[in-house]
Design a protein around this ligand. Structure first.
Ligand code: MV4
Length: 461
């Protein structure tokens, strides 16, 4: 096994990786910015190296500093967590060139899935269902108009280098397509230094369903069923659950099987997630693939009984998976609420010092967080404070358990979105499992939703 892993990340995911390493008997190296000197990942790791000033560009994204830290500490692998350099093919390649194992898929996989046009083509070749759209890059507005005519409106323009919702333009009528194309291209060029666009039929009220894949270096590939991530705002996920209330056992099996078959065709390795759109007719379509451990991985861990980070590290070393598709099955239901340091109504980030802190606990409750009393939420990084995850025998009990846990959570000194979660969980549509990616929008726009949110703000200590 690896002797020492450098964790190229911060916050709760750095802790999550350090915990998995400790249980595997692997020593750990934390890296941190000057602002993170007092962070828990620094305290829990065996060693720590300061790699730069607070801005991510100069610290957590600073490749020479990270590699120097790995070399000095003689780490034999780097775990990138999520975000930062986790899906950066060049970084993964440089690690391998330095004889340091990158804990994740091969660089070619990161490169393939990082370009959404190439990913779409690979998905098609591998047999995944796609929405009608352009087979490749759409060169100009005239070509876009020709495709749109074929596909039918509404359509969506997406950036090849985008993903996660950045650089998308919905077009509902032919008259405005050329203008939308120019705007989208300019935005993509400014954001990603790549103006390539592609076009697809637009699905009005999709659900976001993603399949968890684990693939070892010996050709064993299995899926760990789905997560439902339709509760989002501006492409930030807020609530995730496993399994999805929208899937029948037949659809679940079909999605899992086609996903595994596709991963076999492209020779995928390590952990990954295939994102699908599910339309109102129950048809699913490939959207994109994430080549990292994801924020919401704990709901899958609890329901499927697999320690995903442990398996990820073992697979990166070359160990075979210890279970087969037949060995894993759905046990109960799990829900995750992302607790952010932000205003619960406006969603504006709310960094600052936590003056009072008490986390929920008890049967079926898990809190993945790097926060503690007197911890200061920094303005330099994302606002995720904690992931509150519950597991229960069924969905109804899980919702009740989450409501109970949310009511126990005390965070003083800063604002959090705990009231939002309380309001969301009391929505009938959520309780019935009858929601889509417009759920948050509807909650905030509706009389009852906004009233519930206001009440939750008042009732949250
Ligand atoms: C779409 C779509 C509807 N139709 N593509 C958003 C993130 C990026 N991965 C792709 N996204 C979407 N692509 C077609 N053809 C709707 C979205 C979308 C969305 C998807 C999943 C979860 C939340 C979303 C919120 C708004 C739009």
């Amino acid at each position: 096994m690896f002797k020492k892993v450098l964790v190229a990340n911060r916050g709760e995911i750095a802790l999550r990786v350090i915990r998995a390493c400790r249980e595997l008997g692997i020593a750990t190296v934390a890296v941190h910015s000057t602002a993170d000197a007092n962070a828990l990942h620094v305290r829990f790791a065996d060693e720590a190296v300061c790699i730069g000033p607070p801005p991510s560009k100069e610290s957590y994204l600073n490749v020479p500093q990270l590699l120097s830290a790995a070399e000095i500490t003689r780490a034999d692998a780097i775990h990138p967590g999520y975000g930062f350099l986790s899906e950066n093919a060049e970084f993964a390649e440089v690690c391998e060139n330095c004889k340091i194992r990158f804990i994740g898929p091969r660089p070619e996989m990161l490169r393939l899935m990082g370009n959404k046009v190439r990913a779409r083509a690979a998905a098609r070749e591998a047999g995944l269902p796609l929405l009608p759209g352009s087979p490749g890059v759409v060169k100009d507005p005239r070509e876009a108009e020709a495709f749109a005519k074929e596909i039918g409106f509404p359509v969506i323009l997406k950036a090849a280098a985008g993903g996660g919702g950045k650089g998308m333009k919905i077009v509902r009528e032919p008259g405005v397509l050329a203008q939308a194309f120019s705007t989208a291209q300019a935005e993509a060029l400014a954001s990603f230094n790549n103006g390539d666009l592609y076009i697809e039929r637009y699905v009005e009220k999709p659900r976001h369903i993603e399949i968890q894949i684990v693939a070892d270096e010996h050709g064993n590939i299995i899926h760990l069923n789905e997560r439902e991530c339709s509760v989002q705002r501006r492409h930030q996920k807020l609530i995730e659950e496993c399994p999805s209330p929208a899937l029948t056992p037949e659809l679940r099996q079909r999605m899992g099987e086609v996903s595994v078959a596709a991963m076999r065709k492209i020779r995928y390795n390590n952990v990954g997630t295939i994102e699908y759109l599910l339309d109102e007719r129950g048809e699913f379509y490939f959207m994109e693939m994430n080549t990292r451990i994801q924020v919401e991985h704990p709901v899958t861990e609890l329901v499927m009984g697999v320690d995903l980070v442990r398996e990820q590290i073992r697979m990166a070393y070359g160990h075979p998976l210890r279970f087969k598709q037949e060995d894993v099955q759905i046990r109960g239901h799990a829900i995750e609420c992302r607790v952010n340091a932000e205003d619960p109504v406006t969603f504006a980030p709310w960094p600052g010092k936590i003056t009072g802190y008490s986390v929920p606990g008890g049967y079926g409750v898990r809190v993945d967080s790097a926060a503690y009393e007197n911890y200061t939420v920094l303005p330099h990084y994302d606002s995720l404070l904690s992931k509150l995850i519950v597991h229960a025998e069924d969905r109804e009990t899980a919702i009740r358990r989450m409501q109970r846990a949310l009511s126990e959570y005390v965070v003083e000194g800063i604002r959090t979105n705990i009231p939002f979660h309380r309001a969301a969980l009391s929505e009938e549509s959520f309780q019935e499992g009858n929601y889509d990616t417009r759920f948050v929008e509807r909650l905030l726009a509706s009389e009852t939703g906004s009233r519930r949110l206001k009440k939750a703000v008042e009732e949250t200590p």
